[in-house]
Design a protein around this ligand. Structure first.
Ligand code: TYD
Length: 212
C-alpha cells in the first residue's frame, strides 16, 4: 500500500515544524516509516529555484514568475523525493504544498485560484495530499513567535507588511472552506501539546479510513 501524504499549511510562526516532528514520532511509534520534508526539501535543483525566490534583492520579481518558480520547485521535489517515498509505503509529512501557492500567489498576490491551479496541475500531475492540516493563527502572534526565535532569520516574505499576512490568513480560510473534504483547520493559538493531540486524532482517522 502506498504511504499517506499529509501536508501542513499556515502563516509564519504557526508552529508547523514542531507539529510535524511530534506527529512523525507518533507515526514511527506505530511502526510507520516517515519522511519529513518541506519544499524545496534538500533537492539541489529545487533549492536553487527557491534561493532565487527568497533572495531579498529580487524585489523586481513578477508575481507570475514567482508562481511558476514555486510550481517548478514543487515538481522537482515531488519527482525526486515525494513520489518515490510514497511508492515505497513511506508516510510523507510535508511543510507547505500546493495550498501555499493557492493562498500566497493566487489570493494574496492576486493571480487568481484558477491560474495557480492550472500551473500546479501540470506540476503535480494531480497528486494531492490525503490530508492537509491548516494551522490558523493571528498574524501578529505568529510574527512575534518568529522574532522571539533567534535561530530563524526573517526572510523577504516575512518582512511584507501586516496587511499582507492578514490577507494570507483570510486566503487560507477561504481555501480551507473550499476544499473542506481535504483540509482541516486547527486553532494554532494553543499549546504545542494540545495542537499535537488534536492533529494526531485527525491523522489516526485518516490512517483508519485509508486502511478500510
Ligand atoms: P519559509 O522560510 O519556508 O517559511 P515557513 O517557515 O513559514 O514555511 O518560506 C516560505 C515562504 O514562501 C513563506 O512565506 C510562504 C511562501 N510560499 C509561497 O508564497 N508559495 C508557495 O508555494 C510556497 C511553498 C511558499
Amino acid at each position: 500500500m502506498s504511504g499517506t501524504f499529509i501536508t501542513f499549511e499556515g502563516g509564519e510562526g504557526a508552529g508547523k515544524t514542531t507539529l510535524i516532528h511530534a506527529l512523525a514520532r507518533k507515526l514511527q511509534h506505530k511502526g510507520h516509516e516517515v519522511l519529513i520534508t518541506r519544499e524545496p526539501g534538500g533537492i539541489p535543483i529545487a533549492e536553487a529555484i527557491r534561493a532565487v525566490i527568497l533572495n531579498k534583492e529580487n524585489t523586481a520579481m513578477d508575481a507570475r514568475t514567482e508562481a511558476l518558480l514555486y510550481a517548478a520547485a514543487r515538481r522537482q521535489h515531488l519527482a525526486e523525493k515525494v513520489f518515490p517515498a510514497l511508492a515505497r509505503g513511506v508516510d510523507v509529512l510535508c511543510d507547505r504544498f500546493i495550498d501555499s501557492s493557492l493562498v500566497y500567489q493566487g489570493i494574496a498576490r492576486g493571480l487568481g485560484l484558477e491560474a495557480v491551479w492550472s500551473i500546479n496541475r501540470f506540476a503535480t500531475e494531480g497528486c494531492m495530499p490525503d490530508l492537509t492540516l491548516y494551522l490558523d493563527l493571528e498574524p501578529e502572534v505568529g510574527l512575534k513567535r518568529i522574532q522571539a526565535n533567534d535561530e530563524r532569520e526573517l526572510n523577504r516574505l516575512d518582512l511584507e507588511n501586516l496587511d499582507f499576512h492578514q490577507m494570507v490568513r483570510a486566503g487560507y480560510q477561504q481555501v480551507a472552506e473550499q476544499f473542506n473534504d481535504r483540509i482541516v483547520t486547527l486553532d494554532a493559538d494553543v499549546s504545542a501539546e494540545e495542537l499535537t493531540e488534536q492533529a494526531w486524532k485527525l491523522v489516526e482517522d485518516k490512517l483508519n479510513t485509508k486502511r478500510s
